[in-house]
Design a protein around this ligand. Structure first.
Ligand code: AMP
Length: 300
């Protein structure tokens, strides 16, 4: 496993691999790796001959009052976790080379980026879109692996790839959860023991939405009310939004059908947490749910 920090060297390495006829998969991350990231790496290994994991805490996707400076960083541990996977390279550029002082070339996604996370975090998806396109241009992957965990991000990246003709195959990985149902997140590092327990309500509200849908409820209003009730059962949790949306335009739906997505976001102590669930008939696997929305997207 090579650790590459130079943009030029990353480009050279990618060209060499391609010259040998090898297909390359990119897994973009901000580090502080956990099993969710590792499941994407496993998935990437099934999709291409060589895997590049990027580790870059991207300043442009954080607002001025957000957690950029305190976001957890532990490159030694990340490299240890990746060691058994025999990834081809870890790409860890520095901020100065990604964003030189006169940087002025942002990628601006449209309406999808204004809703939900974009409404709470203005400019967030402009930063995400910019860094994703930069990473794609530097690494030149054939395949890019993203997590369903950041559902809105996945939908925006899907649009970017199509709208900007990037010619990259997008693969989505399912959400990896802790044993108590909480979606794994690097931001759990911020949580006290009490906050961590309280964080369960996000997953619980989604399970409740799924139960109601599987029991025949199709009124979005009723399902969202139920989600809010579950979220409201924890005083430590401040709800940002709970909604059921269509998986393409992220518009709230009135009537819920399989493939609609329940979204939830909340502040829990010092952390902001997000989670989602693709609603489907009872017993549907994560893989089947993802396929409803992202075509052939499969799981590891
Ligand atoms: P991040 O480091 O948080 O930017 O995440 C990097 C990638 O890992 C993104 O595509 C995320 O959607 C994905 N990811 C984050 N958390 C999880 C999780 N719990 N399960 C699966 N994928 C995840």
């Amino acid at each position: 496993m090579q650790l590459i920090t130079s943009i030029d060297e990353m480009g050279r390495y990618s060209r060499e691999l391609h010259a040998k006829g090898r297909q390359l998969a990119l897994v973009p991350t901000m580090g502080a790796l956990h099993e969710g990231h590792l499941s994407l790496v496993r998935r990437a290994q099934c999709e291409a001959d060589a895997v590049v994991v990027s580790i870059f805490v991207n300043p442009t996707q954080f607002g001025p009052d957000e957690d950029y400076t305190r976001y957890p960083r532990n490159i030694e541990r990340d490299l240890e976790l990746l060691e058994p996977f025999q990834v081809a390279a870890v790409f860890q550029p520095d901020v100065q080379s990604m964003y030189p002082p006169d940087f002025d070339g942002f990628v601006e996604p449209g309406a999808l980026a204004q809703k939900f996370e974009g409404a709470v975090r203005p400019g967030h998806f402009r930063g995400v879109a910019t860094v994703v396109v930069k990473l794609f241009n530097i690494v030149q992957p054939d395949v890019a692996c993203f997590g369903q965990k950041d559902f809105q991000q996945a939908v925006i990246v899907r649009r970017l790839i199509a709208d900007l003709n990037l010619g990259i195959r997008l693969v989505l990985g399912r959400i990896v959860r802790e044993p108590d149902g909480v979606a794994m997140s690097s931001r759990h590092a911020y949580l006290s023991a009490e906050d961590r327990v309280a964080a369960r309500v996000l997953g619980q509200s989604l399970s409740r939405a799924q139960q109601r849908f599987a029991a025949g409820e199709t009124r979005s209003e009723a399902i969202v009310e139920e989600m809010k009730t579950v979220m409201g059962s924890e005083a430590r949790v401040m709800l940002d939004y709970a909604a059921v949306v269509d998986p393409y335009r992220l518009e709230p739906v009135e009537r819920v059908a399989a493939g609609a997505v329940a979204l939830v976001a909340a502040r829990v102590g010092p952390a902001r947490l997000i989670d989602n669930l693709i609603l489907a008939p009872a017993g549907a696997s994560d893989e089947e749910r993802l396929r409803l929305v992202f075509g052939k997207a499969m799981l590891d």
